[in-house]
Design a protein around this ligand. Sequence first.
Ligand code: F0G
Length: 360
Amino acid sequence: MENNHRGIILNYKKYLPVSDKTPIVTLREGNTPLISAPVLSAFCGKNVKVYLKYEGLNPTGSFKDRGMTMAISKAKEEGAGAVICASTGNTSASAAAYSARAGIKCIVVIPQGAIALGKLAQAMIHGAKVVAVQGNFDDALRIVCELSEKYKICLVNSINPYRIEGQKTAAFEICDDLGAPPHYHILPVGNAGNITAYWKGYKEYYAHGKTAYLPHMFGFQAKGSCPIVKGKPVKNPHTIATAIKIGNPASWQKAVEARDESGGIISAVSDSEILAAYKVLAAREGVFAEPASAASVAGLLKLAKEGFFKTHKTKEMKETVVVCTLTGHGLKDPEIVIKNIKYPPIVPAKIEAVMKAARM
Ligand code: F0G
């Protein structure tokens, strides 16, 4: 079988802590498309080129697969019998799938009633032991951290350094695709592992002489759960973007470092800004991403409105290149669409009625 893409571990082995002894557990994650976004680019102004790193096209529909192929391969190498994670949904879907593949038991702890239906379905069908706690993600994370220590179960949240190692490969792919890093990289921030991972990836490529400069890292949290922006934990976080409904991120400090070292920002967008970006992405660019992913585009649109890209011209290129990561697939959370978009009209099964309803 001829296929150059062998999953992120074999693609980027040189940059990852694996050896020939590591049993590679892969679903051929990574190699996701970097899609140009003409409508968003035009919105940002002349000579701005926006790309979408569509991570929803990973095997379980989110960027988590990059980290999970590493975490589960290393867990298998170390002989772990079980793995555990807390999750707002995507981590659990990914952990469940890769554990199933590896033949390792998987336990996931989720906040009750706060994860999207698609993600819950994934964790369950892949055979994970799913436990919902009467609390939020931060409670779930505290519990799995304690359990993993007490029972020596391998923790596969992004506190696990192998997760970050795997996720940094998205930055490599972007540099490989563009032939250079973007000037600005925008992504949603929840538990703050991904911004940490991208920044690590960009820095490593730069250190290896693969790139000549570093991007500015821009992270966006949801307004109702923006502890990094506020500078203190949020006790009862809220947002429609359940994936990033997190009040006390595990990689808080690393995210602040990414922001400060790169000359970036971490800011917040409201739920209505997230929803507006979610709709623009789907209806104008043809890309369906989940609400948390749209937080990056909401941030982009906010910056554009403030005239950011007009006042921040770059020296490196004639064009300003911006990449927004779309972290998860829109199909993960169909309920959000149903709640926010009008239902289709129901008409008699007659050609005239359909024509009239479709305004043909
Ligand atoms: N976007 C999506 C779709 C996510 O699922 C997450 C995190 C993020 C963004 C934020 O990334 O946490 O690295 O800052 N989801 C985790 C989970 C928390 O449990 O699935 P982060």
